[in-house]
Design a binder for this molecule. Structure first.
Ligand code: MN
Length: 723
C-alpha cells in the first residue's frame, strides 16, 4: 500500500475509490461531511501552506485503503473539527449520527492525552489508548490514519517537533498498529519514524539501497520468475511478489545482530500467495527443495498465529546467486489480515447496539492478564509482538502478572502480595537463582523465596521499578521509623510525668490531654508519642498545657535530666538503627555481641543469641548444629539490625566438573558481583569432579542466594551449598 501525501485529492475522487468496495452505499452523508469540514477549516492552513481540508481528505484516503466503513470515513473527514474549530459534539450528532459523534469525540480525547515518553510509562500509555478504543475500535483506526498523514507531511515542522513526533509515534502508535495487526500502517510508520528520529541512519540506508536500484530491480524480477517456475513445476498456483525490505526492519536486524549494513544479507523479501493452507505448506516444500534453507529461520505462524492474528510461513533460503532471501507464504485471506489487521475483520454494518465481536476482542485486551493462555508458543508471540514496554511474568502455578518494562523479582513479589514483597529474600527465574535486582523478561516464570525474618531495606528503592513496590517499601520503612519514634516518645512522656508524681494512665483518665490534642491537631496519644519521639514537640511544651501539673515545681536541674535522657534515648535508637551493631538484643544496651564462627550467621538467617559468661552474647543461626552444646536456658531473643551494612563472612562449597580454569572462572564471577573472596580451597574428587570451598563476604541472605544462583548457572558447576 502506498500512503504518500496526495496534494490534489478531492472528495469526488475519494467517493470513486470507496465505491469499489461499497458499491451500494449512499455517499450523500460523506459529501455533506466534506462541505461541513471544509467550511469549518476554511480559515486554517497546514504548515505546508496548503488548505487545511487536504489533511482530512488524505486521512480518509488511508481509511479507504484499509476498507473502513462509512462511519469511519465520515469521522475521518470530521476528525479535527471539534478540536480545531468551534464545532460541538452535539452539532455533529445532530448533523450526522451518534456513532460518528462518538468516534470524533474519542479522537478529540486521544489528542488531549499527555503521553509519557519514558519507556517505563509505555504500558500506561498503551492502556490509555486501549481504554479510548474500547468504546469503538474505529477511533484508533482513524487516529492511526491521522498520524500516518501527519508523519507523511512532517518535513514542514521544526526539527525538534519532527523528533518528538517520531519518538511518540514509535513508542505508542507503532506498537498499537502492530497489536491491531495493521502491518501496512505499522511498517510505513516505522520507516517514517526512522527517517526523522535517526536521519543519519535512514539516509545512509536509502543511499545504499538506491545505489543498486536498477540492478536490484532486475534481480527481484529474475527471482520472482524463478520462484514462479519452481512452483509451477509442482503444480502450485500462486501469486509471487518481491520487494526490498523496509528500512526499519533492516535497521532492527542490524541492531539485533550487531552488524553493519554491509553484512546484512537478506535485504529482499518475497511473498507467495496461494489459495489454501495445504498449498502454503506445499509451496514451502517446493522452496526448501529448490533452494537451500537457512537453518533456524523457518517460522510457522500458520500453526501458531501471532497474537495479532498474523498468519504466514516464514523462511529464509539461499538463492542461486548465493544471496539470502526471505520468503513469506500465505493465503489470500491471511494476506488481507496481514495488511489490514483488525480492519480486515471489520464487517461492514455489523455494529450492533453496544458492542460487536470486535469490541469483545478489545475487551479481551483490557483483561489481558486473565486471558492469556499458558502455552509457551503464545508467550513467544507476546514477547515478539506485543512489545509495548510491559512484560508478562508467570507464577510457578501459571498465573500471569503484567509489570512495567525493567521490573525486578521484587516488583513481581509486591505484585503478588505486599507481605510476599516485604519478606522476599530471593527469587528463582525459570528455575535459576537470580539477584533481587535482576531484570525480568516477558515469559519468565518467577518463584519468590521469602523469609519471616526479612524486612524491606532502603536500598530496595534504588532498583524496584513499579510504583506499587516503591509505595509499599516506603510505607514499611516509614512504619519502622514511626514505631521507633513512638516508643521513644512514650518513654519520654512517662519519665517526665513521673517527676510530677503522675503517669500517662492518670492523665488520660482525667481527660487532661484534650486541650493538647485540640491545639496540636492530634487524634490520639499515639500521634503525640510520635511527635515527641521525633522531637517535633518537647515534653515541656506538653506538660505546660496539663491542668494538674505546675511546671515551675520542677527544677532546672531536673529539666536538664529529661533533656539528657532524651538525648541518650535518641542516641540509642540511632545507634541501634545505624551501623553500630549487626544484631539488636532485645531490651539490653551496650552488650558485646559477636557472631558465632561455627555457623557464620548472616542477615536474613533466623538467629538465636546465647549469653556467654564474660564474652557478652554470641549469635548463632537457629539451625546451627552446635546449639545443642549450649545451655538452652541462657538464650536471649535477638534480631538483625536492618540498617547494618557490614559484610559477613560465609562459606560455600561448589561441586563442579574439574576442568582447567574452572576455579578462575568461579572466582571471576564472584568478583564481578563485587563480592570479596577471603579464601578459596580446591580439592579433586573421583570422576574428574572437584570440590571448591570459598569464604566470601556478603551483605545478607539475599546476596548469598543471588551469588549461589549465579555460580550455579556456570555450565560445569553441579551444585552450590552453604557450609
Ligand atoms: Mn488531524
Amino acid at each position: 500500500m502506498d500512503f504518500s501525501h496526495e496534494r490534489d485529492l478531492t472528495i469526488d475522487e475519494l467517493v470513486l475509490r470507496a465505491r469499489v468496495y461499497m458499491p451500494d452505499e449512499d455517499f450523500a452523508l460523506l459529501k455533506k461531511s466534506y462541505y461541513f469540514a471544509e467550511a469549518a477549516h476554511r480559515e486554517q492552513k497546514r504548515s505546508s501552506g496548503e488548505e487545511y481540508i487536504i489533511h482530512p481528505l488524505n486521512v480518509v484516503a488511508t481509511l479507504i485503503k484499509l476498507r473502513m466503513d462509512m462511519d469511519s470515513l465520515i469521522a475521518g473527514i470530521l476528525h479535527d473539527v471539534v478540536e480545531d474549530c468551534d464545532v460541538t459534539p452535539e452539532e455533529i450528532e445532530r448533523e450526522f449520527s451518534t456513532n460518528i459523534a462518538h468516534i470524533v469525540v474519542g479522537l478529540t480525547k486521544i489528542s488531549k492525552i499527555k503521553f509519557k515518553t519514558k519507556e517505563e510509562n509505555q504500558a500506561e500509555n498503551f492502556r490509555k489508548m486501549v481504554v479510548a478504543m474500547a468504546k469503538d475500535i474505529r477511533v484508533i483506526i482513524v487516529k492511526l490514519s491521522d498520524r500516518m498523514h501527519n508523519m507523511r507531511t512532517l518535513q514542514y515542522m521544526s526539527v525538534e517537533k519532527q523528533k518528538k513526533k517520531a519518538e511518540e509515534t514509535l513508542e505508542i502508535y507503532v506498537p498499537l498498529a502492530n497489536r491491531l495487526g495493521i502491518n501496512s500502517v505499522k511498517a510505513e510508520l516505522e520507516d517514517l519514524c526512522l527517517r526523522y528520529s535517526k536521519p543519519e541512519i535512514y539516509y545512509r540506508l536509502a543511499e545504499k539501497v538506491a545505489k543498486k536500484r536498477s540492478e536490484r530491480d532486475a534481480y527481484i524480477r529474475e527471482t520472482v520468475q524463478l520462484i514462479r517456475d519452481k512452483l509451477q513445476d509442482f503444480g502450485v498456483k500462486a501469486e509471487v511478489y518481491g520487494r526490498p525490505k523496509h528500512f526499519f526492519s533492516i535497521y532492527k536486524k542490524m541492531l539485533n545482530r550487531g552488524v553493519d549494513f554491509e553484512q546484512i544479507q537478506d535485504l529482499l523479501a518475497f511473498r507467495i500467495i496461494v489459495n489454501n493452507i495445504t498449498e502454503c505448506y506445499k509451496a514451502l516444500g517446493v522452496m526448501h527443495s529448490s533452494f537451500t534453507p537457512v537453518p533456524g529461520r523457518f517460522k510457522d505462524y500458520i500453526a501458531i498465529p501471532k497474537i495479532n492474528n498474523y498468519q504466514s510461513l516464514h523462511t529464509t533460503v539461499i538463492c542461486p546467486r548465493a544471496e539470502r532471501i526471505e520468503i513469506q507464504i500465505r493465503t489470500h485471506e491471511m494476506h488481507e489480515v496481514a495488511e489490514r489487521g483488525v480492519a480486515a475483520h471489520w464487517k461492514y454494518k455489523e455494529i450492533a447496539q453496544g458492542r460487536t465481536s470486535k469490541m469483545d476482542w478489545v475487551q479481551e485486551l483490557l483483561d489481558f492478564n486473565q486471558n492469556v493462555s499458558n502455552s509457551a508458543e503464545f508467550m513467544d508471540a507476546v514477547k515478539n509482538d506485543l512489545d509495548f514496554g510491559g512484560i508478562f511474568i508467570f507464577t510457578p502455578t501459571g498465573d500471569v502478572k503484567e509489570l512495567s518494562y525493567g521490573s525486578t523479582p521484587l516488583d513481581f513479589a509486591y505484585a503478588i502480595h505486599t507481605e510476599v514483597g516485604n519478606t522476599c529474600v530471593g527469587a528463582k527465574v525459570n528455575g535459576r537463582m537470580v539477584p533481587l535486582k535482576y531484570r525480568l523478561k516477558s515469559g519468565d516464570t518467577v518463584e519468590i523465596l521469602t523469609s519471616k525474618t526479612q524486612t524491606p531495606g532502603k536500598d530496595w528503592l534504588k532498583f524496584v521499578k513499579t510504583s506499587r513496590a516503591k509505595t509499599k517499601i516506603k510505607q514499611f520503612i516509614l512504619k519502622i521509623e514511626r514505631d521507633k519514634q513512638r516508643s521513644v516518645g512514650e518513654e519520654l512522656l512517662e519519665k517526665s510525668l513521673k517527676m510530677h508524681g503522675t503517669n500517662v494512665k492518670n492523665i488520660l483518665k482525667n481527660n487532661e490531654l484534650r486541650e493538647v490534642f485540640d491545639e496540636l491537631h492530634l487524634r490520639n496519644i499515639e500521634e503525640l508519642y510520635i511527635h515527641l519521639g521525633s522531637g517535633r514537640y518537647s515534653t515541656q511544651l506538653i506538660l505546660e498545657k496539663l491542668p494538674s501539673i505546675d511546671v515551675s515545681k520542677v527544677s532546672e536541674q531536673e529539666l536538664k535530666k529529661i533533656d539528657s535522657y532524651y538525648n541518650r534515648l535518641a542516641k540509642t535508637v540511632k545507634e541501634k538503627s545505624n551501623k553500630e551493631n549487626a544484631v539488636i538484643v532485645d531490651g539490653m544496651d551496650d552488650l558485646l555481641v559477636r557472631l558465632a564462627k561455627c555457623c557464620n550467621p548472616i542477615p536474613g538467617d533466623p538467629i538465636i543469641g546465647f549469653i556467654t559468661r564474660g564474652r557478652g552474647i554470641t549469635v548463632h543461626t537457629a539451625s546451627c548444629t552446635r546449639i545443642s552444646e549450649h545451655d538452652m536456658t541462657r538464650t536471649v531473643p535477638v534480631e538483625w539490625n536492618k540498617e547494618f551494612a557490614f559484610k559477613h563472612p560465609v562459606n560455600i562449597r561448589v561441586m563442579a566438573h574439574d576442568r582447567p580454569g574452572i576455579l578462575a572462572n568461579i572466582s571471576k564471577i564472584i568478583n564481578a558481583k563485587d563480592i570479596n573472596i577471603k579464601s578459596a580451597m580446591a580439592k579433586s574428587l573421583p570422576d574428574q569432579k572437584g570440590s571448591f570451598i570459598f569464604e566470601i563476604e556478603v551483605k545478607d541472605y539475599s546476596e548469598l542466594l543471588s551469588i549461589i544462583g549465579t555460580i550455579e548457572s556456570i555450565d560445569q558447576v553441579l551444585n552450590v551449598t552453604r557450609v
